[in-house]
Design a protein around this ligand. Structure first.
Ligand SMILES: Cc1ncc(COP(=O)(O)O)c(C=O)c1O
Length: 345
């Protein structure tokens, strides 16, 4: 047998086989975790209900679930979103889109990132909506539509200042015309994305105005018009001038600002990370803690060493700044977070 086949066999036994395979010494039960993430599905469902209740009736809910639903686990999150009756899904690529399509027919699924030419076919296979930012993409999708004899659904994306995807706003009307003239393309929406919604109100206002200027010069009847993400809802009080919002973070419990369109929505965190205390020990005043000696004890101190570090997902930048909850108390992280251990006081 070729060597690589032998390796594959060893690397992919079932979990029962693992215990009997002499190459794997571990028979440690899965319940003995040194750290783990918990996803609070009930909190997620409550968040969705509250967001939906707060959205104006004429504003559609585009649920952004890219990157495995922001790390929360796509299937579980998408199932709840479907049950709660969101209007649309938005993802980063065809792989995520196909996963959602397998879970349910009918939901419109918008791909926010550019497609590689080899991926175009999946727009038809999985009944997806592509984003058009360039005349080349429009032509490619139109050719695909002709070859498969179906209209390809697209949203036009306009770059109003993000400098990433989208046709630059000053050229948007021309591309809009092209899309409308090309055969086998079905324009279903127009959107833009804000670059600094959480930090620069004035610039977001400029982007919004650029977008509105384009919309004013074209017929948007029947189109989904969207710009706002969780943070940019901050810059909107009252009604949205658009008929859809793209919501990612807020669903998972990252709270908006108090004066936003959804500011009164009480969302709860969905994700929590847990670990265990490995040892507790007493150290004398003046002891330096962890790599780089970035922290020195100001008094005799009892510390605890946790059994998780940056390799497990505790951000290095929480070194000397973060806190962890231990028995309901906020305990500061001392010194640098290390690869698989973190020191707290
Ligand atoms: C184009 C686009 N729209 C909307 C979102 C959702 O943003 P948020 O998670 O801040 O709500 C994202 C997130 O990455 C995005 O790339």
């Amino acid at each position: 047998m070729p060597r690589h086949q032998a390796e594959v066999q060893i690397a992919a036994p079932s979990s029962t086989d693992l215990r009997h395979n002499p190459l794997f010494l571990t028979h440690i039960p899965n319940s003995l975790q040194r750290c783990w993430a918990e996803i609070n599905l009930a909190a997620f469902e409550r968040n969705l209900k509250r967001i939906q209740a707060a959205l104006p009736l004429d504003v559609r809910y585009v649920a952004v679930v890219k990157a495995d639903a922001y790390g929360h686990g796509m299937p579980q999150m998408v199932r709840r979103l479907m049950q709660s009756g969101v209007d649309y899904f938005a993802v980063a690529n065809v792989h995520e889109a196909a996963d959602i399509r397998h879970m349910g027919k009918g939901w419109p699924i918008l791909i926010l990132s550019p497609l590689l030419p080899e991926e175009d076919q999946f727009l038809v296979d999985y009944d997806l909506i592509g984003t058009v930012s360039t005349p080349e993409e429009a032509a490619r999708f139109s050719t695909l539509g002709a070859s498969r004899d179906v209209p390809i659904k697209v949203h036009l994306k306009i770059d109003t200042g993000m400098g990433r995807l989208g046709i630059w706003h000053e050229k948007a009307l021309a591309l809009l015309r092209t899309i409308r003239e090309l055969p086998n393309l079905k324009l279903e929406g127009i959107y833009t994305h804000f670059s600094s919604a959480d930090s620069e109100r004035q610039f977001t206002r400029i982007q919004r105005q650029r977008f509105l200027t384009i919309l004013d010069q074209t017929d948007t009847t029947g189109l989904l018009i969207h710009a706002d993400n969780s943070a940019s809802l901050n810059t909107l009080s009252g009604d949205s001038p658009f008929n859809a919002v793209r919501i990612g973070l807020l669903q998972f419990g990252v709270r908006p600002y108090p004066d936003s369109l959804l500011g009164n929505v009480e969302v709860e965190p969905v994700f929590s990370f847990h670990t265990r205390v490995g040892i507790v020990k007493d150290l004398p005043v003046g002891t330096d803690i962890s790599y780089g000696r970035t922290c020195s004890l100001k008094r005799d101190t009892r510390i605890a060493v946790l059994t998780a570090g940056y390799a497990d997902g505790i951000p290095l930048k929480l070194s000397n700044t973060g806190t962890v909850l231990l028995d309901g108390q906020h305990c500061p992280i001392l010194g640098r977070v290390t690869m698989d251990q973190t020191i707290i006081v």
